[in-house]
Design a protein around this ligand. Sequence first.
Ligand code: TXA
Ligand code: MG
Length: 325
Amino acid sequence: MSYFNTIIGKDILIAKNYFEKGEVVGIPTETVYGLAGNALNEDSVLKIFSAKNRPHFDPLIVHVSSKEDIEKYTAEISPKAQVLIEHFMPGPLTILLKRKALIPDLVTSGLDTVAIRIPQHPLTIQLLKSLRFPLAAPSANPFGYISPTTAQHVFEQLHGKIPYILDGGPATVGVESTIVGFEEDTLVVYRLGGVSVEEIEKVAGKVKVNAHSSSNPKAPGMLKSHYAPKKKMIYGSESFLLQNISASEREKKIGIIAFDHYVNGFDEKYQVMLSPKCDLNEAAKNLFAAMRSMDDSEVDIICAVEFPQHGLGRAINDRLKRAAT
Ligand code: TXA
Ligand code: MG
């Protein structure tokens, strides 16, 4: 693999030139930063897998800039899928649809569906509109680690491996897109994310949430252990944490990630509230940066307090649970 002097910048022309040469580049989206390459070029797609250290059986999301582009790469859009596209795209929703043959097997891991989404980020939309091909992009983190929500996060982990990171500021949603698909006529959520289950049900009726498979997952984002910091992490309700932190652990520096208040009995110096004003969207936006800074700080153990199980709280709990496994 070649070595690059990685640059962070805001120039979509530079990014475009790299994509046209088959290179991979870090790109901003409203959810998390992606590690993108030409989705129609297998060599570029292979470079994504190797920069990320990601297993090849893990399919990638294809990013496009318009609803017309979705039709270009997918074979069949049911009326229900159409409703979701109308309501949530551009935005933090990914839909699994029957693919057309021009999407390489490497992108879909040989599945007959392709995961497709329109990111809601002005720079990235402009970039996509300037390209003659869509961008395949997983989150721009080494496989299994916490997803990046700033250009600097991408730099910290992938510098030297990619030539350029397009800086679009901090991600505004902060957790990955919600992934949905269809089983017969049933709408299934495979990954909880930036669009809440409630929002989807409002426009599409009852959905089945199947985001908990652990063995043989359809998507490694569904692996039981994922999004994980390097330090030991414990997750649960406040009372669970109070009962399950052992006496010897109590001797150590315990960092706590909480929603809107500190947990009594622990040093506040090592606690972070994701949203003192009790806003789950704000908490989601701050989640991964907080996990990273705790991982890089002097704390020995990271504890995360369970969030309310509604709205984006479900996606937050999902990430925390996997990070702690
Ligand atoms: O918000 C996001 O979705 C971000 C930004 C960069 O767009 N991307 C992202 O990609 O989270 P990634 O690769 O980290 O997670 C995508 C998940 C993976 O778990 C993958 O297995 C699943 O989507 N996936 C992709 N194509 C699939 C398919 N055809 N069927 C089932 N799962 C699929
Ligand atoms: Mg990921």
